[in-house]
Design a protein around this ligand. Structure first.
Ligand code: MN
Length: 197
């Protein structure tokens, strides 16, 4: 069975004005869709055809002859996780287990906000900023291009896409403003809490 493009978990205009319907139309409908199509073309008639997405990622990580497959598979996974990391009316300080853990592991919500924004801002070129679990503790990290924490044994809890295609139509070069909007208005803390348990 081929890998398929999952629907967005909300309507295309649901994240406006922070992320416009036009951005989601291109980002989900063209960029994410293209990673899905490329991946299916690359694994068709190979022993990876029919494998689950996560399995394709784990079987191609650090394999120099399978970089193209890894990149497209990880980008399919990362984008699906990114859509779910956001919700209309989200953002701001978290509640529940993640709130306590951010206090104990990361020095509180304000420090988290600064450090998460900084991870996204300082990812040179394309990539992702993440909140992950490493040995039971929260960590903020960034990955270049298609790279993804699960390929390194880390458990992802939250991500933001900092490829230019994620924000250029709405923010042009102002990546920091996009990250502020993500942190203040879009983070789906329910999703983060569900990933934590
Ligand atoms: Mn993207």
């Amino acid at each position: 069975m081929a890998i398929t493009l999952p629907d967005l978990p909300y309507k295309k205009d649901a994240l406006a004005p922070h992320i416009s319907a036009r951005t989601l139309e291109f980002h989900h409908g063209k960029h994410h869709q293209t990673y899905v199509a490329n991946l299916n073309n690359l694994i068709e008639k190979t022993d990876l055809a029919g494998e689950a997405l996560e399995s394709v990622i784990m079987k191609t990580v650090n394999k120099t002859d399978k970089v193209g497959i890894f990149n497209n598979a990880a980008q399919v996974w990362n984008h699906t996780f990114y859509w779910r990391s956001m919700m209309p009316g989200g953002g701001g300080a978290p509640t529940g287990a993640i709130a306590k853990k951010i206090d104990s592991d990361l020095g509180g919500y304000n420090k988290f906000s600064q450090d998460f924004k900084n991870a996204g801002l300082t990812q040179f070129g394309s990539g992702w900023a993440w909140l992950v679990l490493k040995n039971g503790r929260l960590e903020i990290m960034k990955t270049p291009n298609a790279d993804t924490p699960s390929a390194h044994g880390l458990k992802p809890l939250l991500t933001v896409d900092v490829w230019e295609h994620a924000y250029y139509l709405d923010y042009q070069n102002r990546r920091g403003d996009y990250l502020d909007a993500f942190i203040k208005n879009l983070i789906n803390w329910n999703f983060v809490n569900s990933n934590l348990t």
